[in-house]
Design a protein around this ligand. Sequence first.
Ligand SMILES: Nc1nc2c(ncn2[C@@H]2O[C@H](COP(=O)(O)OP(=O)(O)O)[C@@H](O)[C@H]2O)c(=O)[nH]1
Ligand SMILES: [Mg+2]
Length: 285
Amino acid sequence: MENCFLRIQWYPGHMAKAMRTISENAKLIDVVIEVVDARAPQSCRNPSFEKAFRGKARVLILNKKDLADENATKQWENWFGARGIPAAGLNSLMSGAGREAIRLIEQAAKPAVQKYGDKGAAKTVRVMVTGIPNVGKSTFINCLSGERNAKTGAKPAVTRGIQWVGITPRLELMDTPGILPPRLDDRAAAVRLAFIGSIRDDIMDIEELAGELLHYLSQTCPEKISSRYKIDPEGKTGEELLEGVGRARGFLIAGGEIDLGRAARTALDEFRSGKLGRISLERPN
Ligand SMILES: Nc1nc2c(ncn2[C@@H]2O[C@H](COP(=O)(O)OP(=O)(O)O)[C@@H](O)[C@H]2O)c(=O)[nH]1
Ligand SMILES: [Mg+2]
């Protein structure tokens, strides 16, 4: 289990390129919207990029709140809020999410707009969406641009190869998200990112990963495992739990052996899509 993640790494060149792209784009924008997965907000953040965003207004979207524990998400909103980053839980797939997001952005941009207003100028607020893979950046951008005001004309403006989409008469959105590389220096964080699907499965041993997920769940919310897979998780190892899932689903291969690969994909899919219930992997400490 220990070397399950040793094969995961970002090439330094990739990291440097991501940093360059983010820094260049950061110059063009007023508000950085960071999308994280509400189930693991801390692990989704990449502190390496903080300096690129210094001085910008910030909004933190705790996305996929429908999959996270409601209380934990509330705690995260308060925790980030107390540290100067306005944060809000959101389900980007729900109608009305775009309007809620616009309200948050306008609030964050208020000081900048005010500064221009004092000089008699009207400020167009430009925003960029960032985040690590699979947290819902594209879905969020869609929900935001779905709310765009028809009167502004939806024509995207092309500046230096960047497309801006008018959301309201004074709010423009960069139409491509800034993809941040996930942090892999902290093993516990990397494991959570793998659980939520932010690290590509094909570079990991998914049977080990699913075993570790099932074991983690058996420690933190055993009832969710027992009710879905009809197994008693008490005292079982990850591998035994994985076998239990395969047996419960009748995933057998020739010779009556359990198809552990299929059991692993099932357990991971079901956790990621919320079929095991609303489960947060992190709470503020
Ligand atoms: N349940 C739920 N699923 C979401 C939400 N936002 C995005 N998703 C799903 O998460 C997956 C990744 O979303 P995507 O926008 O492609 O992520 P990106 O890689 O950050 O651009 C997709 O299957 C989306 O449908 C949300 O708020 N709730
Ligand atoms: Mg995307």
